[in-house]
Ligand binder design. Structure first.
Ligand code: F6P
Length: 476
């Protein structure tokens, strides 16, 4: 792992499973490129110049190439926590994505082999070793997400032994379920104890925070002292809701770009006379894509007069493709897409365009800008920043956001969006109809309300409010 900053000033040390950069291997050579995703978008507002981001590079890197990869990462304030292929697989797919992820999203739990729990522990230990060695006395440490639940306490122990005083923060980017659901997990107490090694613990919504505090109370006997503080053993821990957002300026600047303007014109003329509905989701069962397709199928069945006047452009970003549930889902979604097109396409038009890969940021902003509706139907979703991204691109069109009430975002954006419930296909169809037929005044009022929220709750504000709270734990 490369050392990045040699000056003595305190820094922010970030630890997350994934880095904001992807390392890819082509023809035996490793390339480093920027990556996307919820965590990366949310942290885009990081304004501190002195930070170091530690994470798994996403693949096993041959030791003889590590110096070169370290060099490239260091230019972006990042450093790799290298893991062997099998260990990374058992940690990421085996425990994090197959055991934790479903429970965090209220899906049926899975049974587990001891190997994957061992791998989860081991990877958290490897992170603890890397982060504690890298951290200097006085640095702030910010741990992210469910892959690293055990890390805060492991770090606390190591830093203490090394005589370093570093406030530790933890932010969860997924929902935290009700305590009876959480108790369905194996090692449910160890995981909570791990997180409670933090000084500040952040969540997207009040509900997730409340659920976490209840689980700690029931399983570990922690005491809630105030709405925002709990006592565990001899320490006071801050628990808070911090509203994550996006960098709106990045979208508005991109929309002004000449090439993007040309792309917008091109797409507008391609879809002339049609209402465009956009969906952008990782291909994950929590995102409710099968439910969305079913809702859209019913919408087209019920409104045959609209079938060549609407088009759903669904971007499904490939995700966790080694996990069986994700492979099955891909098959299911493709089948529904085929059925809808088969039934409703005509020789001159199709009501559905399905893109199973990522698109460039420029194409994405252009698509957001030309769309009349954004259709997000997650079964459960920690937040959902696509909702905010769409709003940021709608100053001209005042498009309507149809948003699942099971997203964290719904707790802030309910006033301007059309809330929907993905478990009712008829309900989804009605919400879509309401959005498509909404008059301009209503659309404009809703958009303005959403726009105000999205601009005032930026990614910059999110990082600042969390780090301000973490600073309070710095020992002078
Ligand atoms: O929602 C939690 C999260 O970790 C996001 O931060 C991330 O964008 C997404 O899940 C997908 O993560 P990954 O591709 O690393 O499995």
């Amino acid at each position: 792992m490369g050392s990045v900053n040699s000056s003595g000033e305190p820094r922010l040390v970030i630890a997350s499973n994934r880095l904001p950069l992807s390392v890819k291997k082509t023809d035996g050579k490793y390339d480093v490129t920027p990556s996307s995703g919820g965590l990366v978008s949310a942290l885009r507002g990081l304004k501190t110049a002195k930070f170091l981001w530690l994470g798994w590079p996403g693949l096993a890197v041959d030791p003889s190439h590590r110096d070169r990869v370290d060099e490239q990462l260091a230019k972006e304030h990042a450093a790799a926590v290298y893991l062997d292929e099998d260990l990374a697989k058992d940690h990421y797919n085996g425990f994090s994505n197959a055991i934790l992820w479903p429970i965090l999203h209220y899906q049926a739990g899975k049974s587990m082999t001891p190997t994957v729990w061992e791998a989860y522990r081991r990877v958290n230990e490897i992170f603890a070793e890397s982060v504690s060695n890298e951290a200097r006395d006085g640095d702030l440490i910010w741990v992210h997400d469910y892959h690293l639940f055990l890390l805060p306490q492991m770090l606390r122990d190591r830093l203490k032994a090394q005589g370093k005083r570093c406030p530790i923060g933890f932010f969860l980017h997924t929902p935290f379920p009700a305590d009876d659901y959480w108790r369905g997990l194996p090692f449910e107490e160890d995981l909570l104890q791990g997180v409670l090694g933090s000084d500040v613990i952040g969540f997207h919504t009040d509900e997730y925070k409340k659920n976490f505090v209840a689980s700690c109370d029931v399983l570990l006997g922690s005491v809630q002292v105030t709405n925002d503080h709990l006592r565990y053993k001899d320490r006071m821990i801050k628990t808070g809701r911090y509203i994550a957002g996006i960098d709106v300026g990045r979208f508005t600047r991109t929309l002004e770009d000449r090439k993007v303007q040309a792309r917008i014109k091109e797409l507008e003329s391609l879809y002339k006379g049609k209402k465009v509905i956009i969906g952008v989701d990782r291909l994950d069962y929590t995102k409710g894509l099968t439910e969305k397709m079913e809702g859209y199928r019913i919408f087209l069945d019920e409104h045959p007069e609209l079938r060549d006047k609407v088009i759903l452009v669904q971007i499904a970003i490939p995700s966790r493709e080694d996990v069986k549930e994700y492979q099955d889902l891909e098959g299911e979604v493709s089948k529904s897409v085929g059925q809808i097109i088969g039934k409703h396409a005509t020789p001159h038009s199709t009501p559905l365009l399905y893109i199973h890969r990522s698109v460039s940021f420029e194409d994405l902003t252009a698509l957001y800008a030309i769309s009349d509706v954004c259709f997000l139907t997650s079964r459960r979703d920690g937040l959902n920043l696509v909702a905010s991204e769409y709003v940021a691109c709608q100053d001209r069109r005042h498009g309507v956001l149809v948003l699942s009430k099971f997203t964290g975002a719904a707790s802030f954006l309910s006033h301007g969006s059309v809330l929907c419930n993905p478990s009712s296909a008829e309900g989804l169809s009605e919400s879509l109809y309401q959005a498509i037929t909404m008059d301009e005044e209503d659309r404009k009022n809703r958009h303005n309300a959403l726009r105000d929220f999205v601009t005032t709750h930026s990614s910059e504000k999110w990082t600042k409010s969390f780090l301000d709270d973490l600073e309070k734990y710095r020992v002078q």
